[in-house]
Design a binder for this molecule. Structure first.
Ligand SMILES: [Zn+2]
Length: 676
């Protein structure tokens, strides 16, 4: 990411002075300076204040805020306030409000509570974004635009229904093609007119599996996947409308919106093509594995084509919406900030700068707490981090990772695996991806996250765990990759369906049978209490979730099941083809298996680890024109030893460490070493 006039990692975040009496503004400026804050995100939530009626706009207060932060040397990320419509607008235009999957039109309230296809709202979005850009275009310190806020929530209103029909006409050209794509002859759901098509909501084709609200399944997955594509595009159109209005006045200033990492509703890979840089909000649950968060950072870097990204929100201390709002322990805010940087972030930004006095985020942490003082633990930790980022300067800006291994992550595949019932309620796309990712993380081997359409030629190893759905042509791409010397690894529940969730006929995984050299005849779900196992390279490993029953068609069995009626059948296979090899793992196994299995494949292909370090120390590397930087993050509560293959200078302590000597990293501490 490139921001004009920015020569260090920006440090700051959401600042909402309009929610406070002006008497505290001076105090804010003093405390920001003390904490080394150099950027504020303004205007996220002020639509009602800026536009009290259809044609009346009032920017007087925002003018004063802009002048104040500019006078104090702060950079500005200007938000458009369009995530929450004003109450007057909802009252006057009730059709702008979202309709839920249960058919209920919502009342005014909350945020992202609007229909993405409302022509009225789209007009207002363009007007607001354009007026803001026109008014503040001459501020040199306005370094980026942040459109709306955390887009989310599908709409099921009549406007969306009509637009979905039009969208289908463009995509499929004919109703016959729609019927075929969705396999509507099943249950006799054939359509004879586009107007017969209604949205797949909870009154039509979707339902809560087992009565659990978090499990939405569909009778017709092809239709539900199309609806998700349509919704993702509908919201993206809203973004594009605002972006175009801004670009009219500020063509060179980058425009983005804040993604939410592990958020399922939209295809962020598609969205990333529309933003000028990727920015995301990182709010891991207390106790969630650090490697889960690393994965989301790597995904955000991956969707942006490997470019650096913006950590645009995280909490300084406590998040207030988790079931248990545990505090970030001392040192963790700093550690997680550097974790983002280690994976590609060029900014360290927070929600928020001053804690809200009321409403739903009054308990959410901020740089300046309700006590209004610099004498809090959170303020002190932020101030120390702010000083470190000043010291780091522009050293790591724009640095990229150079991985030789990649994992395929596919948003549509995530939808498809969630929408289908079976083979096990424990089947979970994210868990499967995280399991494999954790293997690389434990090995200290960097990995990129890519899509099925991305170029694979730069990688020696590509994984596509649980890639149930893939497009026609992906198989031939895999074949070319393997024959040219690549190593492909996939797992159970892969290569099953096309992009409309229609099964590839001819035995699973039909399009990949040749390259994998296997045929999967059946899949057995392991019910609670049941188990199976296999021995790989002399070590016993457990099976879980499902066990694929497969036949060899040229592949070699690398491990076989040890029990049940399929005892002796292969569970792990390898198939040499051309100069490469394709592997299949027909079950979910234990952590040790993935380390051993991936370690062996990487070793065979000359992919080396970045450091000798225990699992609890995360190691990454980024490089730019200034050099290579290794990040070693100690997630544990005890000091740990790390050995690097080259000498480094620690950019934070200025100490030099020779290669092959043990470097001690304190509890929750971080080493940022520049290769020398
Ligand atoms: Zn709608």
């Amino acid at each position: 990411m490139k921001l004009l006039g920015v020569n260090k990692m920006l440090f700051g975040g959401d600042y909402n002075p309009e929610q406070w009496p002006e008497e505290v503004w001076d105090e804010d400026m003093k405390l920001f300076e003390e904490a080394h804050v150099d950027v504020v995100t303004l205007d996220v939530s002020s639509w009602a204040a800026l536009q009290p009626s259809d044609d009346v706009y009032n920017f007087e207060k925002l003018d004063r805020i802009m002048k104040m932060v500019t006078d104090h040397g702060l950079k500005v990320v200007m938000a458009t306030p369009t995530a929450a419509e004003p109450a007057w607008m909802a009252k006057k235009y009730p059709e702008t409000l979202k309709t839920e999957a249960g058919g209920t039109r919502r009342h005014f309230g909350g945020r992202q509570n609007m229909c993405p296809n409302s022509p009225i709202l789209r007009k207002f979005y363009a007007a607001m974004a354009g007026k803001l850009a026109q008014r503040y275009k001459d501020y040199d310190n306005l370094v980026a635009w942040h459109v709306s806020n955390e887009y989310c929530g599908y709409c099921y209103c009549d406007t969306c229904t009509k637009k979905f029909r039009e969208w289908l006409k463009v995509r499929y050209k004919s109703l016959d093609a729609v019927n075929k794509a969705w396999n509507t002859s099943f249950w006799g759901h054939t359509y004879y007119d586009f107007d017969e098509i209604v949205l797949p909501d909870l009154l039509s084709e979707e339902f809560h599996f087992g009565g659990e609200e978090w499990q939405v399944k569909s009778n017709f997955q092809g239709m539900s996947i199309d609806y998700r594509r349509f919704m993702s595009e509908s919201f993206l159109e809203c973004f594009d409308i605002e972006k175009a209005a801004i670009k009219k006045y500020m063509p060179d200033t980058p425009v983005t919106t804040n993604f939410m990492g592990g958020f399922e509703q939209f295809d962020y890979k598609e969205w990333a093509k529309h933003v000028d840089f990727v920015a995301w909000d990182n709010y891991p649950k207390f106790g969630s594995p650090e490697s889960d968060t690393s994965f989301w950072h790597d995904l955000m870097r991956g969707i942006g084509g490997g470019e650096s990204f913006s950590l645009i929100e995280q909490t300084p201390g406590v998040s207030n919406w988790h079931p248990y709002c545990a505090l970030k322990r001392p040192g963790v805010m700093r550690l997680w900030s550097y974790q983002a940087v280690a994976h590609g972030a060029d900014t360290v930004m927070f929600f928020q700068m001053r804690r809200s006095i009321g409403a739903c985020e009054k308990s959410h942490s901020a740089l300046i707490d309700h006590a209004g003082t610099d004498e809090t633990r959170v303020f002190r930790e932020m101030k120390e981090l702010g000083a470190e980022l000043v010291k780091l300067g522009d050293a790591t800006l724009g640095a990229v990772a150079k991985a030789k291994a990649a994992i395929v992550f596919d948003f549509e595949n995530w939808w498809a695996t969630e929408l289908s019932a079976g083979p096990s309620v424990d089947l979970n796309y994210l868990d499967e991806i995280h399991t494999w990712y954790k293997g690389f993380s434990d090995l200290h081997i960097p990995v990129d996250i890519i899509g099925t359409a991305d170029d694979m030629s730069q990688y020696k190893v590509v994984l596509a765990p649980m890639l149930y759905m893939s497009e026609e042509g992906f198989a031939s791409k895999l074949e070319a990759f393997v024959k040219a010397g690549g190593n492909f690894v996939t797992s159970y529940f892969s290569g099953i369906a096309d992009r409309n969730d229609r099964i590839y006929l001819g035995g699973y995984p039909a399009p990949w049978r040749d390259i994998l050299g296997i045929w999967v005849e059946e899949s057995d779900a392991l019910v609670p209490g049941s188990s199976n196992s296999f021995v790989y390279e002399g070590k016993r490993h457990e099976c879980s979730i499902v066990c694929d029953l497969m036949h060899l068609e040229g592949a070699k069995a690398l491990a076989v099941y040890e029990s049940d009626f399929y005892k002796g059948m292969p569970v792990v296979t390898g198939n040499k083809s051309g100069d490469g090899e394709a592997y299949y793992v027909g079950t979910r196994s234990d952590r040790k298996f993935y380390v051993d299995f991936l370690g062996e494949i990487c070793a065979k292909n000359g992919i080396t680890k970045l450091a000798d370090a225990p699992d609890c120390v995360e190691v990454t590397e980024r490089s730019n024109e200034k050099g290579s930087f290794v990040f070693a993050l100690n997630n544990s509560d005890e000091e740990q030893k790390v050995v690097l293959p080259y000498a480094v200078r620690d950019l934070l302590s200025d100490k030099t460490h020779d290669s092959t000597v043990e470097i001690t990293i304190g509890a929750k501490d971080v080493l940022i070493g520049k290769k020398i």
